[in-house]
Design a binder for this molecule. Structure first.
Ligand code: ADP
Ligand code: NG1
Ligand code: MG
Length: 468
């Protein structure tokens, strides 16, 4: 029934069933068939956490779980948005073009789901010429990516809204441009992400993890050891990134760290917003940057006043550059955050190199990849302070259950852990982890395991699926 246009894979039976249900919801709500469907996957990051917004490369892969959107044009000047999952209320916006001028970040308890969709539509309307834009849009959404858990359900939703809008306007954009526009669009929700999630959503490829480089954005295949299997497991602690300032505080801490290091080394700090910029200005290796951090940043917290003094600037000026209005009373840890970033960037490079060592025997390869993942987790826990006690327990139990290594994945403060094991061991590993972590805990014992712990392999990125 369905013909895939851009995807290289055909929808399997499972996806076909979901598309049929989506189409039937569309018909019963709007009394017409959708023009086409969009599928955008979630992702799991193998290594390279909290470094994309500092300019450093990361190593994610797209997963099977996705957001689907069915769409058609409307004769009314509106956006109609239905979600099959009734925990997400339907939404209607009168005046499609007005979405271009909406503010979407004004929320204190966390954004409603429809705002992520609006981010994607707004991003699209900003780049598509007026004459391509239809009067209105009818849309139905259905996703199965566990939300608020580091598998990037938010970016899949923003990117799906963007792709659906771009395609219905018959506007042509490259995947790289689409990823860039989507990354900017998601910042409208209020979080200052670095672009990893949208990049892998569009550039993901079945069978291969990706090394994503920024500025300019490009993606290279990372061939994983043949026998490696990645298992992801939910700590069952949810964390919505846009409902508090933890994430943006880390982005700001990295910026302040870069600017202070620049200032102390007689570089114009105004032009050095990212840690990669200061590394480039100083022309040092990542290893050398560790010594520079130790020499230039102190262990204790910094206040904003102190940061102003060091940079010889005023709070007002810093506010303009760093948008720190909400952070007036906050204290910032800079040394620990910068150390994590430089060392994690080095671990990504080592991870990729190990994957490329064809003459290394596979069990050594797996041990070394696992060690890097576990070191990444320790750094996220101790230096970046974005873990959670339940995630730490899950990582420990994963390693005790036989994984070569494990780490939190995504922004953290809750969400999923990723562990590396082998095809032979994976079933025993998963049973052992279930006993050690979930069955052992009264609160978690009755979990539905289908979306809580599963094997994952690299899947295709975003695509359009035509309805017949
Ligand atoms: P994640 O790590 O999953 O990206 P975020 O905190 O960035 O977590 O954003 C998750 C938010 O995305 C959810 O709180 C919800 O508003 C929205 N979302 C995710 N999946 C869906 C879905 N299937 N339908 C509607 N909204 C969704
Ligand atoms: P999550 O919270 O997993 O969607 C976020 C950022 C990424 C990256 C990771 C941490 C967004 C959309 N995503 O991902 O860019 O910084 O945290 O590595 O802000
Ligand atoms: Mg997200």
């Amino acid at each position: 029934m369905l013909k895939v246009q851009y995807d290289t894979h055909k929808p399997d039976k499972k996806l076909n069933n979901r598309l049929n249900i989506l189409a039937s919801h569309f018909r019963s709500n709007f009394r017409q068939t959708p023009s086409f469907f969009v599928r955008v996957p979630g992702r799991v990051n193998l290594i390279g956490e909290h470094i994309d917004y500092c300019g450093y490369s990361v190593c994610p892969m797209a997963i099977e779980h996705d957001i689907l959107v069915a769409i058609s044009k409307s004769d009314e000047d509106e956006l109609q948005l239905i979600n099959i999952d009734d925990k997400y209320p339907n939404y209607e916006h009168k005046g499609l073009r007005k979405i271009k001028n909406l503010r979407l970040d004004e929320n204190h308890t966390g954004p409603s789901w429809h705002k992520y969709f609006l981010c994607g539509v707004k991003g699209a309307l900003e780049v598509i010429p007026e004459e391509h834009i239809p009067k209105g849009l009818l849309t139905v959404v259905w996703g199965n990516i566990p939300p608020n858990a580091g598998l990037s359900s938010s970016s899949a939703l923003v990117s799906a809204a963007l792709l659906a809008t771009v395609h219905i306007c018959q506007y042509k954009m490259s995947k790289e441009d689409m990823a860039t526009v989507s990354a900017k669009a998601e910042t409208y929700i209020g979080t200052q992400g670095g672009g990893m999630d949208q990049a892998i959503a569009f550039l993901g490829k079945a069978g291969s993890a990706k090394l994503i480089k920024f500025n300019p954005l490009c993606a290279f295949d990372v061939a994983l050891p043949k026998n490696a299997v990645f298992v992801i497991a939910h700590s069952l602690v949810d964390h919505n990134k846009a409902s508090n300032s933890y994430f943006n505080t880390r982005v700001l801490e990295c910026r302040f760290a870069a600017q202070i290091i620049a200032k102390k080394n007689n570089i114009d700090w105004c032009n050095v917003p990212k840690l990669i910029d200061v590394q480039k200005c100083l022309n040092k290796t990542l290893e050398e940057m560790t010594a520079i951090v130790m020499a230039n940043l102190k262990e204790e917290h910094y206040t904003l006043e102190e940061i102003c003094q060091i940079l010889e600037t005023s709070l007002d000026e810093l506010k303009v550059i760093s948008n720190v209005l909400h952070y007036r009373t906050q204290k910032f840890k800079l040394k620990q955050r910068a150390l994590h970033v430089f060392q994690e960037a080095a671990r990504v490079a080592m991870f990729q190199e190990i994957c490329e060592l064809e003459d290394m025997d596979e069990s050594t390869q797996l041990c070394q990849l696992g060690n890097l993942m576990t070191k990444s987790h320790q750094s996220l826990k101790n230096l970046y302070e974005c873990s959670h006690p339940r995630i730490d327990t899950l990582v420990t139990k994963a390693i005790e259950s036989g994984a070569f290594g494990a780490r939190l994945t995504g922004a953290g403060w809750g969400g999923f852990v990723i562990a590396i094991t082998t095809a032979e061991k994976v079933n025993d590993f998963m049973e052992s982890l279930k006993s050690a972590f979930y069955y052992n805990n009264e609160e978690l014992r009755n979990t539905d395991f289908s979306n809580t712990i599963f094997k994952t392999e690299p899947k295709e990125g975003a695509g359009i699926i035509m309805s017949s």
